[in-house]
Ligand binder design. Structure first.
Ligand code: ATP
Length: 220
């Protein structure tokens, strides 16, 4: 009798400056839709495509850890913070692949991130290391032309179960609840002396207050 395949492990990266319900809900809904065993939430040290985070590494990790208490499916993974320097997703996926053997790996990306993929470091290797799970708006359709279209067509799988039967190589899309929340908006609210309650977990808001984070406005 053949063994049941291992459920895939999800990867969701970001600056998490701070983590908010938009991030958490996307990770959770993708975990449910693809039946992921768990999702590694991975804060970037220095993100390649944007300005450095405002809160330091330890503080962003502490906020993320606080946001994840009470459940075990989304887990904090600080490998990019420990590695330091510019955080390239392909390097992170390589380390996970070495640890997981043939267990399927799913990189969760928002639509915007997916469309920008050709700008990523060694982007074509990513699909050899992991599946891609695109979290998109209800009613949104995958691009039918442009540079990504043939690549997407070649790898796309309609059924999430396909991702359980190979370690990497497929693209699947999941409709997720749209929460129009961004970390930059939260930082701006705090800098204006307003309270970002109900956009972020209360435990994260407590840390922001205790440590006096984001009080100074910065240019976006
Ligand atoms: P900032 O406002 O500082 O740019 P952010 O809120 O976009 O930050 P990041 O940590 O940079 O947060 O995002 C990590 C990932 O989460 C990105 O792929 C981003 O597209 C996605 N993401 C962020 N906010 C949401 C949201 N509200 N809904 C869905 N995906 C989101």
């Amino acid at each position: 009798m053949s063994e049941a395949p291992l459920r895939p492990i999800g990867v969701f990266g970001g600056t998490f400056d701070p983590v908010h319900f938009g991030h958490l809900r996307v990770a959770w809904e993708c975990a449910e839709a693809v039946n992921l065993e768990r999702v590694h939430m991975i804060p970037a040290a220095t993100p390649p495509h944007r300005r450095p985070p405002q809160a330091d590494d330890l503080t962003r990790a502490a906020m993320l850890r606080a946001a994840l208490t009470g459940q075990e499916r989304l887990v904090m993974d600080d490998r990019e913070l420990l590695r330091g320097g510019i955080s390239y997703t392909v390097d992170t996926l390589e380390t996970l692949r070495n640890e997981l053997g043939d267990q399927p790996l799913c990189l969760i990306l928002g639509t915007d991130a997916f469309l920008g993929l050709p700008q990523w470091h060694r982007w074509e290797e990513i699909i050899e290391l992991a599946h891609l799970v695109i979290a998109h708006r209800p009613g949104w359709t995958l691009p039918g032309d442009g540079p990504l279209a043939p690549w997407l067509q070649a790898h796309h799988r309609h059924e999430a179960t396909a991702l359980h039967h190979a370690p990497a190589g497929f693209i699947h899309s999941v409709e997720v609840t749209q929460l129009d929340i961004s970390a930059s908006r939260i930082r701006a609210l705090v800098a204006q002396g307003r309270e970002p309650r109900y956009l972020i977990p209360e435990s994260v808001w407590n840390i922001i207050q205790l440590r006096g984070l984001y009080r100074k406005a910065t240019t976006p």
